[in-house]
Design a protein around this ligand. Structure first.
Ligand code: NAG
Ligand code: NAG
Length: 456
């Protein structure tokens, strides 16, 4: 009893490199967005303060963020007294600190809601109290990268092109500057991934190039995949004949159009509907696009936009009685109350199975039975454009799976074996919405969570 408890605990230790989505996540206090919110807070705080002088930010000690419908930030910071009179027409950041600033310093904690698509930033709550300490250090966080002027101009050209291609509009200069800095960092990162890739993939500017890694993870990935063990399922029967050299279900009409999960961690739902669409087609002869929103709203075990597991989604579908069509229960990327109706069920499932971790067996099952729900580490996907992606194992650890997708085929291109993977980030990502990943070495953990629904 004790020993099995311990080993479960250790399995968990190995897997908790992952972030917990839906919950709070720490944010680097130097992030420009945290600074922007802090500036807004300090301005508002001074406006409402009875103290005769302005307070000025000394140091942000903690910042965290939660994905709600928008982003909720909670920031803890220290405010020091300055020599400027409160009400004077000056920016508090330009004011000199009082020599005894540490004595009257305040420790404040505020929470703010940012709804980027509504252009909204709103203080929800705040609390300040005096902090009696003499050892506070003021940290200046000026971290401008030392780029050469030419490099800067070139990056700016790329950035302008990017903004045109992906129709980006930033609300003001500050946002533009922040996004430009992220963009130029990402360009470097894509170059690094490119240099390290062992495949034929091209990495570079994608529609995610103005997002920090953290924003990308928050909005598009699914940490639950590696922080929670999947529900055990029956093992699938593997065909004994060796698989054909190549196979692709897109050539056999079993795959619907590429969909877009939007800013919601619902990849698990798309992976599962993709599998069931294939199973339904193969069993019943018609290809029907099925509803992810039903799972986001009605699956009580998974966490809607906060992540989920295919294994529990199958169970939820069995319990609900089936899936409605995409058309009847359409996607809007945010959890709402469940409006599922049994009368509108368009596809049902009877059970689900776990498929082998051996890639030859996975290929054999796929070619005979249909597209497979899989999970993988999305390390190389943010900047993927085309080709066969083959990151080093150490960079794309099979333990850190954070994204669920659909395996639809396999083959070889110029002698390189690959898997064809349907993603849910829209057709304007990757190869018309698809990702090609090296086959044969368990790249990025793609072989660790293969499953399918069963329709009788
Ligand atoms: C957001 O704010 C900016 C600047 O204040 C304004 O130009 C823009 O039209 C606003 N967008 C929306 C969707 O309200
Ligand atoms: C499979 O599920 C459907 C819908 O729930 C049900 O009508 C059917 O009888 C089941 N088939 C088997 C063989 O259990």
């Amino acid at each position: 009893m004790v020993s099995s408890g311990l080993s479960a605990l250790c399995a968990l230790c190995l897997l908790t490199g992952a972030l917990t989505l839906g919950g709070w996540k720490d944010v680097y206090p130097g992030e420009p967005e945290v600074q922007r919110l802090t500036d807004t807070f300090v301005r508002e705080y001074n406006r409402g303060s009875n103290y005769r002088n302005y307070y000025r930010q000394m140091h942000i000690t903690e910042a965290r963020r939660q994905l709600v419908s928008g982003l909720k930030y909670e920031v803890t910071l220290l405010l020091g007294r300055t020599l400027c009179k409160n009400g004077a027409d000056v920016n508090p950041d330009k004011c000199q600190f009082h020599e005894t600033k540490n004595i009257g310093a305040l420790k404040c904690k505020f929470s703010m809601l940012v709804v980027p698509w509504m252009n909204e930033t709103k203080i929800l709550d705040h609390k300040c109290s005096e902090e009696m300490t003499e050892k506070l250090s003021y940290q200046n966080q000026d971290a401008l990268s030392a780029q050469s002027q030419d490099e800067l101009m070139q990056t700016m050209t790329f950035f302008k092109d990017f903004m045109t291609t992906y129709d980006r509009k930033y609300k003001d200069d500050a946002e533009f500057t922040t996004r430009f800095q992220i963009f130029s960092k990402n360009l470097k990162k894509a170059q690094e991934i490119q240099e390290m890739d062992q495949g034929t993939a091209e990495y570079g500017i994608t529609k995610f190039s103005d997002l920090t890694e953290e924003e990308f993870r928050t909005f598009y990935l699914n940490p639950l995949l590696s922080s929670q063990p999947p529900r055990p399922m029956k093992a699938a029967a593997i065909p004994t004949d060796p698989p054909a050299a190549q196979f692709d279900w897109r050539d056999h009409g079993a795959v619907t159009e590429v969909k877009n999960q939007g800013m919601c961690g619902s990849c698990w739902a798309f992976s599962v509907t993709g599998n069931i669409e294939g199973q339904w087609f193969l069993k019943k002869g018609s290809l029907v696009s099925l509803s992810e929103q039903e799972l986001v709203d009605c699956d009580q075990v998974d966490h809607a936009c906060g992540g989920g597991l295919p294994s529990s989604a199958y169970e939820a579908i069995e319990n609900l009685g089936g899936l409605e069509t995409e058309q009847d229960y359409s996607y809007h990327g945010q959890k709402d109350s469940c409006t599922f109706s049994t009368g509108k069920v368009s596809a049902y499932i009877n059970s689900s199975v776990e498929i082998s971790k051996d890639e030859t067996e996975i290929a054999a099952w796929l070619a005979k039975n249909g597209p497979i729900s899989i999970a993988l580490n999305a390390f190389a996907m943010q900047f993927y454009r085309k080709g066969i992606s083959h990151p080093f194992r150490i960079l794309c650890s099979p333990w850190m799976i954070d994204h669920a997708v659909l395996l639809v085929g396999y083959g070889e291109r110029n002698g390189k074996p690959f898997w064809a993977i349907k993603n849910s980030w829209g057709p304007d990502w990757g190869e018309q919405g698809y990702y090609n990943l090296y086959r044969g070495t368990g790249a990025c953990g793609m072989n660790t969570m293969c499953s399918s629904a069963v329709i009788n």
